[in-house]
Design a protein around this ligand. Structure first.
Ligand code: AMP
Ligand code: MN
Ligand code: MN
Ligand code: MN
Length: 292
């Protein structure tokens, strides 16, 4: 895709290896068909799909970026404890520390999921852990897969109802995960030669002051990039995050957070229709890569 003669990219996507519906190969193919110059795969806590993704990129002639999206908790004197997400871009997909850490995170996720299955059954929604994994096609299931199973079994009318009533933070079926700290995520990503990027800060139920304070704090803790373009930002939010990026010396990143059919209305590259992340962001990220 080429608007006003600039090459466009997407630095935030998910495949079937986490909670998306496209395979890594299908993401690379779609990127090629949409004319994107580069695309990153950033599955939740997982690097499983990156070999397939790289190969598919070569096949379709699209630049593929190895990435990951870690979840973490953030807390400060002005923000109550919230789950935040940190994207790692340009990582070495064979880095042993990241591979080992994702294995530990997966074990903890499985343990949490078994508790959630028990909790839901007790709440009057009988289900088994095996049914959940069968629906997901793997064992690294997220709350999205639970919501899908609840819909499939006729317990709720749609995924929104499932999150609203049961899976959102502090709702009856919510079981917290054990997560690495932001500093641990940042260190792991840098150790793997990558750039840590604060993902979608507008999604953390924080006001502008809390977002800026978090961005300032995390920059001091070594965060290097921030998503200044994202599918759901309105003009005001994009302006606000862009100002924060410039004020605190963040590299700019952006992406759709494409999940295939699991996030209706969000397309690869274009998000809700207006997203246009310039290749220049990637050029600057690569310049920083390996320098710090
Ligand atoms: P988990 O990693 O198991 O805690 O699940 C997190 C996933 O659930 C996220 O990646 C989102 O895709 C999805 N999610 C979280 N909160 C909501 C919500 N309020 N509505 C819809 N999906 C959500
Ligand atoms: Mn997701
Ligand atoms: Mn996220
Ligand atoms: Mn994401």
């Amino acid at each position: 895709m080429c608007k006003q003669n600039i090459y466009l990219i997407d630095l935030h996507t998910h495949s079937v290896n986490s909670d998306g519906t496209y395979t890594p190969k299908q993401i690379a193919k779609e990127a090629h068909e949409k004319g994107l110059k580069a695309v990153a795969l950033t599955d939740h806590d997982c690097v499983f799909g990156l070999d397939e993704f790289e190969k598919a990129g070569q096949e379709y002639g699209v630049e593929t970026i190895s990435g990951i999206e870690f979840a973490s908790y953030y807390e400060s004197s002005i923000s109550k404890k919230t789950e935040i997400h940190i994207v790692g871009l340009l990582i070495d997909k064979n880095n042993k520390v990241i591979i080992d850490k994702t294995k530990t995170i997966l074990e903890q996720r499985i343990e949490r999921n078994k508790k959630m299955t028990k909790r839901l059954t007790e709440l009057g929604f009988p289900m088994t852990y095996e049914e959940l994994c069968a629906l997901a096609g793997h064992n690294h299931c997220s709350r999205t897969h639970y919501a899908m199973l609840m819909v499939k079994k006729g317990y709720v009318k749609d995924k929104n109802e499932a999150f609203k009533k049961y899976f959102a933070y502090n709702m009856p079926a919510y079981v917290p995960r054990i997560l690495p700290t932001p500093a641990e995520c940042i260190e792991m990503i840098k150790n793997a030669g990558g750039i840590p990027v604060l993902a979608h800060p507008t999604l953390y139920r924080m006001n502008d002051e809390q977002i800026e304070s978090m961005a300032k704090d995390l920059r001091q803790k070594g965060m290097e990039g921030i998503e200044v373009m994202y599918s759901t930002y309105n003009t005001r939010q994009q302006y606000m995050i862009n100002n924060i990026a410039e004020k605190y010396g963040y590299l700019k990143s952006g992406g759709s957070d494409f999940h295939g059919l699991n996030k209706a209305g969000i397309s690869l590259g274009t998000g809700k229709g207006n997203l246009a992340v310039p290749y220049e962001f990637l050029t600057k990220l690569k310049e920083r890569d390996g320098k710090q």
